[in-house]
Design a protein around this ligand. Structure first.
Ligand SMILES: *Cc1c(COP(=O)(O)O)cnc(C)c1O
Length: 460
């Protein structure tokens, strides 16, 4: 490797065999799947970069901890172990487990919506967060820095909130109409891009002056800490734990999908700084939605694994390797002239398919075309994040045009080698060489909601 990329801070103790297929098999498999990679069996995928959510490998300590899981319905020992770890990490008073991140959103967010016409403002709402904001009867307003939409220009913190726009929105709407400000760390939908501590503090100052609560959506808060340590002046000597704590110092509520930086396959968390009324709300509504408050949808063994994962994720050697895997793949693509969101974020490489296949209009889904071609070329499964995902205008029924047409190549944690990522890059490069031949797609079947999951397509 030309540059220095961080080495694996682990060795392999258990392996999961994967199989290769040939191009003719994959052509047929993809056709049968309706030209939609969500319809493929994972067995027919060689390298699966669909998501980093719950797809990583657990450590020996996590597997060992699972044996100690206490499956008591109420007051499980494993619950108390998890609470201790989370309190220690957050310095927050109350902790409730949930089955995953969206469970935490569903339980906690309605608390903040007490009259009509309210909204949440976020750097960018993750899609389930947006859905739960809307289910709670509020509007979800995104307020990301302009740099997030400029894939070519380097900016160290493309995940930041646009604070001028934030102040403007508060003026326009009135502070009493803002249910909360949601800081998504890292900014998943903007490409896993980090948010600086300076930005977090500015948002906090604005929120405080208007009495607006801050909700930290911290699925990748350790990855965000690593970026702060690397890129923001003054933090090079801070530990990851200190940086996680510092980010949380500005929040009132912490929601987490443990399937990301919890290093587990399933799990989520609610942690509350001090608001006892919020805690009572969550403890009451979690029972019908997720489960009794001392398990909240998780088994005892999952709580044990999460307690260990939340400590392992703070290891800088782990994070250096994690972040460098994305950087490595991104660098290989950039060296070949392939347009990507740059710099690469924490968990994925985003290929800019509007520039990759400019001859395919947005309503023929250029990123879907590249994703399908990549699967046929090399058995790699990426995912479209563009106009196919965005859907139609509910009033006019017209296809909406996404500001970016992206193929996301999402890297599971501790799962694939640098060599496998090199194969991914080779596959993307082979597709790029024949990009003029890529065709757009039309619907054979289009579901009325969340169409990208179950749509059936065909080449135009
Ligand atoms: C994954 C994710 C969620 C939702 O969590 P699930 O565990 O998938 O329910 C919420 N916010 C962010 C930023 C996420 O990445």
């Amino acid at each position: 490797m030309k540059q220095d990329y961080a080495h694996e801070p682990y060795r392999i103790k258990m392996v999961e065999p994967i199989r290769t297929t040939d191009k003719n098999q994959r052509r047929k498999l993809l056709r049968d799947a309706g030209y939609n990679v969500f319809g493929l069996r994972s067995e027919d995928v060689y390298i699966d970069l669909l998501t980093d959510s719950g797809t990583g490998a657990m450590s020996q300590e996590q597997w060992a901890a699972m044996m100690r899981g206490d499956e008591a319905y109420a007051g499980s020992r494993s619950y108390y172990r998890l609470v201790d770890v989370v309190k220690d990490l957050t310095n927050y008073a109350y902790v409730i487990p949930t089955h995953q991140g969206r469970g935490a959103e569903q339980v906690a967010l309605p608390y903040f919506v007490d009259h009509s016409g309210m909204c949440f403002i976020s750097n960018t709402h993750f899609d389930t967060t947006r859905a739960h904001v809307e289910i709670a009867g509020a509007e979800a307003l995104d307020c990301a820095t302009g740099a997030a939409y400029d894939t070519e220009t380097y900016h160290p913190f493309k995940g930041n909130v646009n604070t001028d726009r934030l102040q403007q929105l508060i003026q326009e709407r009135g502070a009493e109409q803002i249910a909360g400000i949601i800081l998504t760390l890292t900014n998943n939908s903007a490409g896993g891009q980090p948010v600086s501590l300076e930005n977090i503090r500015s948002v906090h100052d604005i929120a405080r002056s208007h009495g607006i609560p801050i909700i930290v959506d911290g699925a990748r808060i350790a990855e965000n800490a690593y970026f702060i340590k690397q890129r923001e002046k003054g933090y090079a000597s801070w530990s990851i734990r200190e940086l996680v704590q510092e980010q949380l110092r500005y929040g009132d509520l912490f929601l987490m999908s443990a399937k990301k930086d919890g290093l587990v396959n399933i799990g989520g968390l609610i942690a509350i700084r001090e608001d006892e009324a919020l805690f009572r709300h969550c403890r009451t509504s979690i029972v019908p939605l997720e489960g009794f408050p001392t398990y909240g949808g998780m088994s005892g063994r999952d709580m044990e694994a999460t307690a260990v994962g939340l400590q392992e994720v703070l290891d800088e050697a782990y994070l250096a390797h994690r972040i460098d895997q994305a950087r490595f793949l991104g660098d290989l693509l950039r060296e070949a002239g392939i347009p990507i969101q740059w710099p690469t974020g924490g968990h994925a490489v985003f290929v800019d398919c509007a520039r990759f296949a400019p001859h395919i209009p947005y309503y023929r889904f250029p990123a879907q075309s590249v994703t399908n071609a990549l699967y046929i070329e090399s058995g790699v499964r990426g995912v479209e994040i563009g106009s196919l995902l965005l859907g139609r205008d509910p009033r006019t029924q017209k296809n909406l045009q996404s500001p970016l047409e992206l193929m996301r190549l999402t890297i599971p944690r501790r799962t694939y080698s640098y060599h496998q990522l090199r194969l991914v890059a080779e596959g993307v490069k082979a597709v790029y060489r024949q990009r003029e031949k890529l065709k757009g797609y039309v619907f054979e079947y289009e579901p009325p909601v969340l169409r990208h999951f179950t749509a059936r397509l065909k080449p135009e």
